[in-house]
Design a protein around this ligand. Sequence first.
Ligand SMILES: Nc1nc2c(ncn2[C@@H]2O[C@H](COP(=O)(O)OP(=O)(O)OP(=O)(O)O)[C@@H](O)[C@H]2O)c(=O)[nH]1
Ligand SMILES: [Mg+2]
Length: 677
Amino acid sequence: MADISGLRNVAFVGPHHAGKTTLVEALLAHCGAVGRRGSISEGTTVTDYEPEDIAHAQSTTVGFAHCTAGSIDLTIVDCPGFIDFFEETRTVLAGVDAAVVVCEADPARIVQTRALIDECTSLRLPHLFVIGKMDRPGADFAGTLAALQEAYGRHVVAEQWPIGTAESFSGFIDLALMKAYTFEDDGEREGEPPAALRAQVERARTALLEAMADFDDTLMEELLEGKEPPLEEVERDLCSECSHDQIVPVIVAAGVSGAGVPALVRAIERWFPSPADRPQVDAEERPIEPNAGAQFIGRVVKTIVHPQSGKLSMTRVLTGTVKSDATLVDITKGDERVRSGGLYRLQGKKQEPIPEAGPGAIVAIARLEPVSTGDTLTAGQKVLLPRLAQRAPVFAVAIRPKERIDEAKISQMLARIIDEDPSLSLQRADVTNELLLLGHGEQHVTLAVERLARKYKVEVETAPPAIPYLETITASTEVHSRYKHQTGGHGQFGDVWLRFEPKGRGSGVTFEETIVGGVVPRQFFPAVEKGVREALLHGPSGHPVTDLHVTLFDGQYHDVDSSEQSFKTAAGMGVRDALPKCKPVVLEPIVHVTVTVPSTYTSTVIQQLTGKRGQILGMNPAERAGFDEIEADVPQVEMARYITELRTGTQGLGTFHWRHDRYDPVPGNRVGGKAAV
Ligand SMILES: Nc1nc2c(ncn2[C@@H]2O[C@H](COP(=O)(O)OP(=O)(O)OP(=O)(O)O)[C@@H](O)[C@H]2O)c(=O)[nH]1
Ligand SMILES: [Mg+2]
C-alpha cells in the first residue's frame, strides 16, 4: 500500500475531443503501464473501452487508469468532454485531488472550459492547463494562452513556452528552470533556450514570476529589487502555489506523439497535492485523515456494472484502510451491512486485485449490491458524508418496448443503467402516462438506450414525449339524451337532460344535479356523474376535456328497466352529443422557462424563444457576473429539443430550467400542424 504522500488522484477534463484520452494513453505508455500505446481511431485506448466509446470515437463515461511514475502512485480518471456527460464529470471531480484541464491550441474553444473551471473553483481543486494538439496545423499557443488569461485571470500563467508549432513543434522551454527540452524518439533532451525565442521567453518568465509573487512576499521583494530568485525557491513556490490552487500553470503537449508527456508527469508529481495536502473546500467536507490505522470511511464516486462479473463501487477512501474481504456499513442506505467481494485497481476494463487500500486511494470494491454512487461506507461508525446534489434533467424521451416484454422488466434493467449513471432518471408522465427516460441531452439519453440493449438485451423505441394536451369548451349548451334498449326480458332505460357551461382555467370538471320531484332517482346520480366524467376523458380531438361545469337538471326513469348502467350510458351519449356544440378548443401546456447565458448570447436566446412562440417576460443580469437570465413562457411542444438548440447557439454555455405554468388555447386550434377539431 503506497504511502499517502506518494498518491496522486487526477482527473483529466476538458472540452469535447480536446485529446484527453489520447494524452492519458500516452502518459500510461510513458510510465510503462501499457505495452503498446492504443489510439482512438483503432478503439484500443485503455480508458475508452466501453463499446459505446469505441463506436462513437469519444468517451461516454469516466474511465479509470493507474500507473507509477518515480515516487508517485497515480490514479487517473479520464472524463468525457461532451457536454451531455458533464454531470458524470462533476460527480467524479468531487473525489479527486487535482485536475489536468486539456484544451486544444485554439483560442475559440476556451469558452467551453467555463463550467469545468467553475466546478474546479468551487471545489478548490488544484489544476493546470495543457494546451494540447500542438502538432496540428494552425495550433495557436499564444492566442490560447491569452484567451485563458482573459477568461480566468493572470494567475493562469505559462510555465512552458513551445518551441515551434504545428509540424515544427519540437520542444518547449521550462520557464521556471529556463531550460529547453526538445523531443527525441527516446524522450527529451535538455538544453539552452534557443536565442530566437529569448525575448518572448523573458517576457513570459517575468509574467510567471510576477503572478507567483502575489502569494510570496520574498519573491515579490526579490523582483522589486531586480534580483534573480534562486531556482529552488521558484520551484518550491510553484509547487506550493499550484497545489493550493493559487497559480494555474499552463503547459504544452501533443498527446498523439507523446510530446510533452514526461514534463506533464513531472508536473503532476511536483505541483499537485497528495490527498493529505489537498486544500479544504469548507468545514463540511471531511478532510482525508492520513492515519491508515483509523477506522474506515469512504464515499462511492462512481458505480460500474458488468452484466456478468457484477458491480464495482469506485470508492474514495477518506480515512482508515479497507481490506478485500471487509464487511462495511452503508450509512446512506439505513446502515445496511455489505460484504466486499474483492478489491481492485482498474486499468480501463482490467481489474487488478489488491489486498487493501489506504487513505486517499480510489479503489473498486466488488459486489456491493445495494450500494449506490454517493453513498457513505464505513466500518460501522455513524458518519454520513454530504451527497453531491444532482442537477435537474433537461431532456426526455418516451420509451416503449420494441418486443412484447413488460414495462416492469424495462424499468428494472434501466434501474441498473441509472445505478451506473444517477444523472439519468425514469418518470411516469402525468396525463399521458408514458414512461419517460430523462437525462442531460439527446446523446446522453440515446447512449443509455444503446447501453440497455447491449448490456441487458432490452430493446426500446424512443419518441419525443407526448404533449399532455387538454380540451375545453367556450360556449354553453343543453342536451337531451335517452338510452333505451329492449332485449327479451329486462330492458334498459335512462333519460337525462344535461347542461354544459365553460369555467375558468384550472377549475377542472365540476358536476351537480338540480333534479326536483325525483324525475331521476337519487341512486342514479353517481352513475350519471361517472358517465359524464368518463366521456370527458376523450373530447372531440381525443384529449381529456377540462374546465367546465356539467349540470343534470332533468330526466326520466323507468321502474323496471332503469339501472345505473343505463343512466351512465345515457350520460356518456349526452356528453358526446353536447361537446361539438360547445365550440371546443384544444389547450396546450405552457411552460415557464428561465435561461441563463453569457450576455453575448442574450439576443440569440431571445430570438430562439420568440421563434418558438415564446413570450419573453423579462431579461435581467444573472447572479453570475457576465451572465443574463431570460424569462419566457413557451408552449411545451416547442421545447422538446431546446437543450440541443440552446447549446448549439451558445457554444454549450446556455443552461435552462422550466416548470409547468398553465394551459392556453392552441392558436388557430391546430395541434402539430393539423386542425384539432
Ligand atoms: N493531431 C492531433 N490529434 C490528436 C491529438 N490528441 C488527440 N487527437 C485526436 O483528436 C481526437 C479526439 O481525441 P480524444 O483523445 O478522444 O479526445 P478526448 O478529449 O478524450 O475526447 P472526449 O473524451 O470524447 O471528449 C481523436 O481523433 C484523436 O486522434 C494530438 O495531440 N494531435
Ligand atoms: Mg476521451
